[in-house]
Design a protein around this ligand. Structure first.
Ligand code: FES
Length: 71
């Protein structure tokens, strides 16, 4: 069972919503919120959202490195 964690209470954006948009190449939490149709409001969630975005992009870079080193 996958648990959903709400990152942004104002807009109801979950960790999955944010990761999905980050995986499409968007690298800024504010832009991700715009893509999700509801822009940043109070801003209390920004640190957690940015952390999620960073993790997604780090894992993408790691995957590319791993693929690039296969023989
Ligand atoms: S909790 Fe995300 S804008 Fe308020």
């Amino acid at each position: 069972m996958m648990l959903v964690m709400y990152v942004c209470i104002c807009n109801g954006h979950s960790d999955r919503d944010i990761k999905r948009v980050a995986q499409s190449g968007v690298s800024c939490a504010r832009d991700i919120y715009i893509q999700l149709g509801k822009p940043m409001r109070c801003g209390r969630c920004i640190d957690m959202a940015e952390e999620l975005v960073q993790k997604v992009h780090e894992s993408t870079i790691d995957n590319h490195k791993t693929v690039g080193t296969r023989r």
